[in-house]
Design a protein around this ligand. Structure first.
Ligand code: NAP
Ligand code: FE
Length: 363
């Protein structure tokens, strides 16, 4: 068994300013990567700039990362970072800017190469990366993954390279500015990571321990997630704890069918990542139960539910409306059948029939 999480994690109030010197010591000129407005609204960008200025470290800001960032955006950002001489990258935001930061760190380091290297099986290095999450879902602050939109393939796909962040600064106060829909969707993404990792062929005692603890932290917020009101600092901290633990777990196991199916719905129906994953979780668990996979009852109880129907009702309530047409179902099945890596993560035989069952459960 092997276990490796290189990120130094600071999870506390004022994490960025308390550890600003260490953050700034990653290089001489930071390339700060953010979405359009959340880094400013949350105060996270101000904290990072203050930390860098206090240490006389230069910076350039790139604030044009879209949701589900594309290879094209990464390449445009990397050109700017390269031209301005950035030697480390700081991602601030949800999974979109944090994932983009890792791919940009590769493309700035490997100057004069095309974006194709992101998906090639070659050995390349990246600039050092620090991550500051403002959502409670992806765990990208600790994972080595960067999932980008590939317009050439009309879907989303993880790049081939592993870029482990060096530092993760986690501060619950940044979540206070997020709308309930963002908290719910991202908390359900984290739940997807916990479930897909727990029931994964690559799971080990180490990763299952992370998932069990993550589910316990997540379950404390079940009621408030359902009601959607009055999140306390404790709620935000527990949701961030759960999502970071889930990130550590999927760093070793990867995700599974619900994530694999979600990419079609996000690319083609513009559905946020966590919501697109969540719609397939009940159907996936139904197959876990049907195939008598060990741990099923413990996991349902660990989330605080009495049975799968309760779980399905909770997910339906949190996600709200969506529509999966016959055409979507057919295309999703074909996309998944062409993804042997995800199929091989499932702890039982999975083919067209099982995929159709999972999708049917979501409709
Ligand atoms: P996101 O796409 O980063 O952000 C969603 C929306 O929420 C954006 O409009 C963003 O605004 C806003 N937002 C973020 N934080 C906010 C805050 N504190 N207050 C108010 N608004 C806020 O959402 P995400 O679900 O965290 O990330 C999804 C991406 O992560 C997907 O591309 C997915 O594939 C990827 N992902 C990666 C991993 C991994 O292991 N690396 C795992 C799962 C998912 P701005 O645009 O202004 O920032
Ligand atoms: Fe995810």
């Amino acid at each position: 068994m092997e276990f490796y999480i290189p990120a130094k994690i600071y999870h506390e109030d004022g994490a960025v300013l308390k550890h600003g010197k260490e953050l700034a010591s990653l290089g001489r000129k930071a390339f700060i990567v953010t979405g359009k407005s959340s880094a400013v609204k949350t105060g996270a960008l101000d904290d990072v700039i203050k930390a860098l200025e206090d240490s006389d470290t230069g910076y350039i800001l790139y604030d044009k990362i879209e949701e589900n960032p594309s290879v094209e955006t990464v390449m445009e950002a990397a050109d700017t970072g390269r031209d301005q001489g950035a030697d480390f990258v700081i991602g601030i935001g949800g999974g979109s800017p944090m994932d983009a930061a890792k791919a940009i760190a590769l493309m700035v380091q490997n100057r004069d190469t095309s974006g194709e290297i992101l998906y090639q099986d070659i050995k390349i290095k990246a600039l050092p990366v620090a991550e500051i999450p403002t959502t409670c879902g992806t765990g990208s602050e600790v994972t080595p993954y960067s999932i980008l939109t590939r317009n050439d393939k009309k879907t989303k796909q993880s790049i081939r390279h592993k870029v482990y962040p060096a530092i993760a600064c986690i501060d619950a106060k940044y979540l206070k500015h997020a709308p309930v829909s963002v908290i719910r969707n991202t908390a359900i993404d984290a739940l997807g990571h916990l479930l897909e990792s727990y029931f994964n062929k690559k799971a080990t005692d180490y990763t299952r321990m992370l998932c069990q603890h993550g589910l316990m932290a997540w379950a404390k917020n079940r009621t408030v997630l359902s009601c959607g009101t009055e999140f306390t600092d404790e709620n935000y901290n527990q949701l961030l704890f759960a999502s970071t633990l889930a990130g550590m777990a999927i760093s070793h196991t990867g995700t599974s069918i619900p994530h694999g199916l979600s990419y079609y719905m996000t690319y083609n129906k513009n559905i946020p990542h966590g919501k697109a994953v969540g719609m397939f979780l009940p159907g996936y668990l139904a197959l876990i139960e049907k195939n008598l996979v060990p741990g099923y009852s413990d996991v349902i109880a660990g989330m605080g539910f009495n049975n799968l129907e309760e779980f399905k009702a909770f997910i339906g309530h949190c996600l709200g409306e969506y529509c999966i047409t016959d055409e979507d179902a057919g295309k999703m099945v074909q996309e998944m059948l062409g993804n042997p890596q995800k199929l091989s993560s499932v702890p039982f035989e999975t083919g067209e029939e099982e995929l159709q069952d999972i999708i049917k459960y979501a409709r």
